[in-house]
Ligand binder design. Sequence first.
Ligand SMILES: [Zn+2]
Length: 89
Amino acid sequence: MTETKPPQDDCYDCRNAGEELDAFVRGELPIEAAGRMQEHLHRCRHCDDVARFEQAFRDRLKRAGTKVECPEALRRKVQDLLARARDDA
Ligand SMILES: [Zn+2]
């Protein structure tokens, strides 16, 4: 553990991860890229948070059906869940 800098500084993958995250949570990423992403998420708390958020958000959307009247409220709920998950970790 020599990392003292914020992950964004150090971790070139963050940019890629940001770009590929959408495809990743949709399960559309090629297996190789998905593996790389997963590895990155293990190392990078920042991207892991984002991925969790996206995944939880998508999951909620799926459960709510295709018609979502109030994404803002959903988003807040997911953020709340995310905050609690972070407390657990
Ligand atoms: Zn990252």
